[in-house]
Write a protein that binds this ligand. Sequence first.
Ligand code: TXE
Length: 499
Amino acid sequence: MHEMTHGVALPKTPREFGFFINGEWRRGRELFERNSPSHDVPVTRTSRCTPDDVNDAVAAARQAFEDRRWAGLPGGARAAVLLRAAEGIRQRREEIATWEVLENGKPISQARGEIDHCIACFETAAGAARLLHGESFNNLGDGLFGMVLREPVGVVGLITPWNFPFLILCERVPFILASGCTLVVKPAEVTSATTLILADILADAGLPAGVYNVVTGTGRSIGQTLTEHPDVDMLSFTGSTAVGRSCVHASADSNLKKLGLELGGKNPIIVFADANLEDAADGAAFGISFNTGQCCVSSSRLIVERSVADRFERILAEKMKKIRVGDPFDPQTQVGAITTAGQNETILKYIAAGKSEGAKVLVGGEALQCGHGRYIEPTLFSGVTPSMTIAREEIFGPVLSSFHFDTLEEAIAIANDTVYGLAASVWSKNIDQALSVTRRVRAGRFWVNTIMAGGPETPTGGFKQSGWGRETGLLGVEEYTQAKSVHIEIGDRSHWIAS
Ligand code: TXE
């Protein structure tokens, strides 16, 4: 250990990680190094897997699925493993939080909160594993009884992004496991550490070998091999819409594997004049700055009623100026570093486009110098028109665009004027107004007079080009199952061919 930052020693040498197949650790011939986005020191060295490693991982998951070492257990036994894993995560909370900060750049206080959510995911999925059931049909006449069985879909490929490495993983893995499926995970290449740590936690919790396998490497090589693999029954992908689209092609060109996709967003936050403006401004500041705006459910389009727009933007700008951006190991930090150099460049390009297309910067708009890291000021643009680039494209950074409206119809039209439909938020004290917006804005997750609230009991997922399927909650387990209809004859069957 060497250089200290806020009481935390940065690793003196990067930690080396292998990859995990059939309950065993392997080491890649080549390793790639990851530098901390906030301190620019190397923190991890991860194996660059080969397509053969992916084949081995899929074969292990296939074997573990077919011999029913996991799917054949009672739901209660699967629940017991998930609950022990929840406890394992709790015990290693500080270690996991530290690796999330080192690889991703998010504030330590936020990382801890996310891990608590992950524990809740495992606990929720454990309950679902016990309660997962089908249907019965006792109304098919005295001669026939019908059942609908829920069966695990099989081998799942899981590809995760770098913005919430552990959280997005845990919003999927325990639900996949609850259903009885086996899986092969491919984390984002820059943030693989905590996905690998979960392998040890699950093994210690008693998960049989071969059920949870991890391969590491680039999306183009390892991710692509997984999406095209003929022996993967379902692929769950979270990331960019462009790669989501390529997963659809890969599925079509291989074995028509089932897809779960959680893709981009351009999420509206609608503020009516009768809202509590202080609350709404706090929600808007949080909604765009949380995880430095590198968040698929970031509320990146502010749609505010014209009669209060100037006042609201002033309150919001004051709040955004007070956001504490800096070293993520400082417990006071609210916004950390931009995770990758590429994303940093993308955000700064969007800010430049906003300025050059005529939007007005009310606050922020610049990169921030802070130690050796990459930071960007939370930014508010006013006077944004629907055709501007910053109005249409997902920026995936702390950049909020403000639009004004006069009528409820206009607010709904602006909110729906996007190819995405992941999340939305509405602020109003008028229940009729709030409910009308909730019903008519097309988004998979909705908040009324709050933002980013909720737990793993409710499902997540998108409308329109934000994706297919749902994760978490009971629907999140059912997503990894398929229905089988069974018809049972009672008594003698009347013959088709006379004897
Ligand atoms: O995502 P990618 P990137 C959006 C956001 C961001 C943009 C680009 O707008 O600016 O995407 O981010 C793997 N076959 N979101 O380039 O490439 C990759 O290794 C199979 C929104 O990092 O989609 C990683 O594990 N897999 C989003 C994962 O896909 C491939 C979260 C995501 O990377 C692959 C992240 C391929 N051909 C970015 N290419 C959200 N919904 O939260 C890459 N991957």
